[in-house]
Ligand binder design. Sequence first.
Ligand SMILES: Nc1ncnc2c1ncn2[C@@H]1O[C@H](COP(=O)(O)OP(=O)(O)OP(=O)(O)O)[C@@H](O)[C@H]1O
Ligand SMILES: [Mg+2]
Length: 427
Amino acid sequence: MAACPSCSNAAPDGSRFCPFCGGKLAALVKKPQDPLVGKLIDNKYMVLERIGTGAMGSIYRAEHQALAKQIALKVLHRHLLTEESQVKRFHREAKAASRLNHPNAIVMLDFGQTEDGLSYIAMEFLPGKDLCRVLFEEGRLPEDRMVRIASQILDALDEAHAAGVIHRDLKPENIMIEPLRSNPDFVKVLDFGIAKIRDYTGGENSSFKTATGMVFGTPEYMSPEQIRGEELDGRSDLYSLGVLMYQMASGELPFSGDSVLEVATAHLTQPPVPLVEKVPEITPGVAAIVASLMAKKRDDRPANAGEARAALVTAWETAARAAVERKLDSERVAEARGRAPVDVPVESRAEAASEARTHIVPAVIEGPQGPVARSPSDAPTRAPMMFRTVAGSAVSRGRNWKIALFLGLAVLAVGAIAAWAWMQHGQ
Ligand SMILES: Nc1ncnc2c1ncn2[C@@H]1O[C@H](COP(=O)(O)OP(=O)(O)OP(=O)(O)O)[C@@H](O)[C@H]1O
Ligand SMILES: [Mg+2]
């Protein structure tokens, strides 16, 4: 119910006019319009709608007028413009993002300031959902999705770290997930926003410019060294990713609390509840990687994002291959125990044999104590023995009589030619 501004009587929700005095209600129930919506920014970008608001600014869907193309505009909160350091930080975000060129990192298109002093970044518009929303809707994610998302984030981090950019604020709000036909969870990492740009002046002695004394980040995902305000390297992002993976797999944060201090203290001192206790079915190798990413000491984490990604993919693929092997093993054991070999159509056999080679499937033979799994190296020779070539022998019998007929006719023809030649010679 809304109160009529003219007579103060209650009017049912959705009414355009007051049922008592007939006064107009529509203006009353309308949400206050964002002042930027409908404005042309920097003579280039028409602001269409606000799509989100964060600590530093608001995100708008806008249209690049000349290109007639949708883009996203991140506009710094007006009250932050009074602080020089915030404006600089905002522009550093733009420069940091513009250095990156990776399919899993957002493409930054432009940045600048409007005539009335608003700072903005123009970037590609992403139509998907952020990971925060995905987790809100789905609770926790199946392991294959978690691994797929994490490995793409690691790809983007690997590229960013190589370019001297540390994200420093990895959190679900900064991960967009877009369902594509080729990848149902295509990832874009947003906001290398409070990243500091490492300015490599040369080799090992590279310097790392920081805003002295200021710590930026989101406590739930901050690394211990970030909380302590130390100089960071890419392994700080690996810690935050470990927290994200833990949350994706279990639906819960490893450390939470009622105050920033409580959360920060837990990051510094408490070991997380092992992931396997929250998700017993998780692949042990994957859980071990999450634990190593979340190691308190950065030296105990993977050395870099590339290494972490390789370890994650190997752990996942090894587990997937083992699962296929177990499945095929159990099918073969069942077959070897009781059933006669099945007559399988030619195409299926070829497929199965090739699959057996692809997955290095151990064949199963009957040993003294029952079926025994042979080593993978035996597989190519043993796998085809699983099938009897009944259909194949029928085919070859069909071919044989045709060959015999052809040979018989050939012999007759040669005989006739020889007889004709002999008679000619005799004359
Ligand atoms: N390029 C984009 N395309 C589409 N939606 C976006 C884009 N960038 C951000 N968003 C959406 O807007 C939301 C707010 O983003 P924003 O970066 O302003 O806030 P945040 O990430 O929550 O906080 P912070 O200011 O600390 O980064 C994001 O969570 C995301 O859903
Ligand atoms: Mg953000």
